[in-house]
Design a protein around this ligand. Structure first.
Ligand SMILES: *Cc1c(COP(=O)(O)O)cnc(C)c1O
Length: 364
């Protein structure tokens, strides 16, 4: 076999450690005792409406899905106030990032991102043998001026993760809009809004309004994996100008989104109660962590977060991650992000948050 040279050197993404793997490695027999707060999943679980829709959909699993996601597209378009042609669904929003790579990247091109942003962007650049230009963060947040300055004639896209994973920081709507005005027309701005629903309403940059008005140089990525609690199903969506969406649609496999995911997402969109409960639980959890972290050890520093996770400075994050695992708590070490002294903790249910804080206190 002869494989493409750049594939051999591709970096590997380190996902949150699965509960079953920790149980196997450490000999825990009751997996229900293990708390995984490593992948920013919604610990409340999926919406009951989505669960019901999945049960109904199960009997139809001998059928191929509706590749065009007709019903889901129509409902979401209505909710967002856009046209169905402005939407594209992916096998998780990660697949949409890959679509962007297929359509826009190749040897000799680059994407611009922030050093402390989601690791998948770098991987997608590498996958298409393109360069990832990463600019330094400013107080754990994207530095849009630095990103703009890093744009070259070969830049195809600039990715802004807002709120940013893993730091939880945001950039203001005003700054993003000013940035878009200055961005050269050959560059597409990709706004990864995987955690948007967790933001306070007055902080949300309303970029979909800009797309409605016909703006072509922005695409917004969202997901059902986070607040909707459907990470296992793999479904996310992009909102963009019809032309941009049309281009990306060309690289999509006919059945990239499965039928179970379509049914669940459709039902989840209707469950405002589940959404509100998830938001509220998260706000309260963030408050609890903000209150308790400074009381642990000599006082743990953290980055104020607008998402469903919090970046905490524990010193030697990899070691703390291992020690917490022995206490049946799985967090995410951050050395892969160049933050060896930090861990990222997903906000869970009130009971989980207390257990995690207690374990953290014991370990430190
Ligand atoms: C979780 C996450 C995603 C969504 O991934 P899916 O493929 O939709 O599960 C996208 N971007 C960021 C920054 C994330 O943290």
């Amino acid at each position: 076999m002869i494989c493409n040279k750049w594939i051999e050197n591709l970096p590997v993404y380190e996902p949150g450690k699965p509960i079953e793997e920790v149980a196997r490695e450490l000999g825990f027999t009751d997996i229900s005792e293990i708390i995984k707060v490593a992948s920013n999943e919604n610990e409340i679980g999926p919406s009951p409406k989505a669960l019901k829709a999945m049960a109904t959909a199960a009997t139809e699993m001998h059928r191929y899905p509706d590749g065009g996601c007709f019903a889901l597209k129509r409902k979401l378009a209505e909710q967002l106030g856009v046209k169905p042609q402005n939407l594209l669904f992916g096998n998780g929003s990660n697949e949409l990032i890959e679509f962007l790579g297929h359509a826009l990247l190749g040897p000799g091109t680059n994407l611009v991102m922030s050093e402390g942003a989601f690791a998948v962007y770098r991987l997608v650049a590498a996958l298409f043998n393109a360069q990832a230009i990463a600019t330094p963060m400013k107080k754990f947040a994207h530095d849009l001026d630095a990103m703009l300055a890093a744009v070259t004639p070969q830049t195809r896209m600039v990715i802004i993760c807002n709120p940013n994973n893993p730091t939880g920081t945001i950039v203001s709507a005003a700054k993003i809009k000013a940035f878009l005005k200055k961005l050269p027309p050959h560059v597409l701005a990709v706004l990864d809004e995987a955690y948007l629903e967790y933001m306070p309403d007055d902080k949300k940059p309303d970029l979909i309004r800009e797309i409605q008005k016909g703006r072509e140089n922005v695409i917004v990525l969202r997901t059902f994996s986070k607040i909707y609690g459907l990470a296992g199903l793999r479904i996310g969506y992009a909102v963009g100008n019809e032309k941009v969406i049309g281009t990306l649609s060309r690289v999509r496999q006919p059945f990239n989104v499965n039928a179970m995911a379509e049914a669940a997402a459709l039902a989840a969109l209707d469950d405002t109660k589940h959404l509100e409960k998830s938001r509220k639980t998260n706000f309260q959890g963030l408050e609890l962590f903000a209150q308790k972290l400074p009381t642990i050890g000599k006082g743990l520093a953290f980055v104020p977060s607008y998402a469903n996770f919090i970046l905490v400075k524990t010193g030697n994050g990899r070691e703390v991650f291992k020690e917490l695992q022995k206490k049946k708590v799985i967090v995410r070490p951050m050395d892969g992000y160049g933050l060896p002294d930090w861990i990222r903790i997903t906000i869970g249910t009130p009971a989980q948050n207390r257990t995690v804080l207690k374990a953290l206190k014991e370990v430190l």
